[in-house]
Design a protein around this ligand. Structure first.
Ligand code: ZN
Length: 217
């Protein structure tokens, strides 16, 4: 069972530390520090990790996304879920990828991207057109898939998350100037939440991630 840290403020932004079916993940927004955390490979997949993945799909569909990385729900693990169709009925398009390793093809293409952790902002980002993705699924089986086009883009975006990188880090100076005001809004909201005690401090976030890492990485 997770340590329920009594010294942390209770907040809708905090992950519930309870185990089992009542765990509650939330999508965190820029500039939450966990989005900059370099995730650690999972050493074991237990019932709770499977429950995390299931909730990540729910959140992804609820927010009309096509991919969600563990950092985005305040977890320090190398795991992401995708469904490039965005359609919950299309189960064949669903994937859970654990400890992913990407090999990138030579050609790059530009395409529009957004992010559930920076809602409302989109920009054109250059990505490799094709990738080979090696990872483990929830059953612990190794999988290798060749991907191209939009799904390859989604996977590169998600692997970036696991490395603590956001799509805005890949924008040109001109593009960055265009989104700067919108990003500042997120920064202002974040610091107001901190001021109101609704957001844990950097130290508290780091301590919680370290605990979660100790459990499974
Ligand atoms: Zn994202």
């Amino acid at each position: 069972m997770f340590d329920s840290r009594g010294d942390q403020p209770s907040s809708s932004e905090l992950l519930s530390t309870r185990t089992g079916s009542d765990l509650e993940l939330q999508i965190i927004h820029y500039p939450h520090p966990t989005l900059r955390h370099v995730s650690k490979p999972l050493k074991r997949v237990d019932a709770e990790v499977r429950a995390y993945a299931s909730q990540m799909f729910d959140l992804m569909y609820q927010h009309e996304g096509v991919g969600l990385a563990a950092n985005q729900v305040n977890l320090p693990y190398r795991l992401f879920v995708i469904n490039a169709t965005g359609d919950p009925e299309q189960k064949d398009a669903q994937g859970v990828f654990i400890n992913p390793v990407l090999s990138r093809g030579k050609t790059q293409v530009a395409g529009d991207e957004g992010c559930l952790s920076i809602p409302g902002i989109s920009a054109s980002v250059s990505r490799h057109e094709t990738v080979t993705l090696q990872a483990y699924n929830l059953a612990g089986e190794e999988v290798t898939v060749e991907l191209s086009g939009f799904v390859a883009r989604v996977v590169q975006h998600e692997v970036d998350h696991l490395d603590g990188r956001l799509f805005i880090d890949r924008l040109s100076t001109t593009q960055m100037a265009e989104v700067r005001d919108a990003l500042e809004e997120f920064e202002i909201e974040f610091s107001s939440m901190r001021d109101r005690g609704e957001m844990p401090t950097d130290d508290q976030v780091a301590a919680r991630l370290a605990e979660l890492e100790q459990l499974r990485t």
